[in-house]
Ligand binder design. Structure first.
Ligand SMILES: NC(=O)c1ccc[n+]([C@@H]2O[C@H](COP(=O)([O-])OP(=O)(O)OC[C@H]3O[C@@H](n4cnc5c(N)ncnc54)[C@H](OP(=O)(O)O)[C@@H]3O)[C@@H](O)[C@H]2O)c1
Length: 255
């Protein structure tokens, strides 16, 4: 494979739903050969087929980003890749510090932080070998400020932000750039449902009265724009929120 073709391969983690799936669709539309990864095989296989039918190039690979052995095996298939989108992640619970569940905190750290660390470490040689690599870290506005009940998720997303900032410092001078995208409120099908253990009433309250939360497509467009800037342009950090959200705690609701 030529270096130019290699730099057109984009690995997206958490591509089975929400922002990851939308990003995979949009990168494929931009001409990237997308590699879709997530734990739910049926969903990524269906998306790969959808993209292929639409004329794009996509393959699916079932992967849990917290499983380092599996991540290393996955990465060994690539000598060079152009883009890694670290999207797999999410929140569990919204309890105050006083009563938060340490197991949920641990799981959020494992998925958002160690998952991103695992796959970034494993693919960094291939990203460097492409001569033009891009690492995207999907943090959150929760990585830049806190809110009541957000403790465990906020802590994990702050750590993801620090991972991105530190990596950018450490690899400067190599042909790899590090882009952090930090969205505010995004209404995806599963994020809030997962957070509240499938409780749809609690999940609906997250978005109650908010005229237009961001959509997965809005964030995917932001990611795709940042990734498709010329190689020498590094979008360090992009914070994107809906107009109705001025901060993590100041949200306009029409109730
Ligand atoms: N929605 C928001 O308001 C919002 C705001 C800011 C940032 N974010 C961040 O954006 C990212 C995507 O969020 P979303 O709203 O699109 O949520 P989502 O629809 O729940 O998507 C989460 C994705 O992560 C994958 N995933 C979870 N654990 C995994 C693991 N151990 N290994 C591999 N994949 C795993 C899931 O796939 P499988 O279950 O199939 O593995 C799923 O595809 C997350 O990092 C989230 O923290 C979301």
């Amino acid at each position: 494979m030529t270096p130019a073709a290699a730099s057109r391969i984009a690995v997206v983690t958490g591509a089975s739903s929400g922002i990851g799936a939308a990003t995979a669709r949009q990168l494929a539309a931009e001409g990237y050969r997308v590699v879709l990864t997530a734990r739910r095989k049926d969903r990524i296989e269906a998306l790969a087929e959808e993209i292929t039918t639409a004329g794009g190039q996509a393959t699916a690979y079932t992967l849990d980003v917290t499983d380092r052995t599996a991540v290393d095996e996955f990465a060994s298939a690539f000598k060079t890749i152009g883009v890694l989108v670290n999207n797999a992640g999410g929140a569990l619970g919204a309890d105050p510090i006083a009563t938060g569940d340490p197991a949920q905190w641990r799981q959020m750290y494992e998925t958002n932080v160690i998952g991103t660390l695992n796959i970034t470490q494993a693919l960094l040689p291939a990203l460097t070998a492409s001569g033009d690599g891009t690492v995207v870290v999907l943090s959150s506005t929760a990585g830049h400020g806190t809110y009541e009940g957000g403790g465990g998720y906020v802590a994990a997303k702050h750590a993801e932000h620090v991972l991105a900032e530190t990596l950018r410092l450490e690899i400067v001078g190599t042909p790899v750039r590090v882009i952090e995208v930090a969205p505010g409120m995004v209404k995806t099908e599963e994020f809030a449902l997962t957070r509240f253990g499938g409780d749809s009433d609690k999940a609906a309250k997250v978005y109650a009265g908010v005229a237009q939360p961001l959509t997965a497509d809005d964030v995917a467009e932001t990611i795709t724009w940042a990734v498709t800037r010329p190689s020498h342009v590094n979008i360090d950090l992009l914070v994107v929120r809906p107009r109705a959200q001025a901060s993590n705690t100041k949200i306009h609701r029409e109730l």
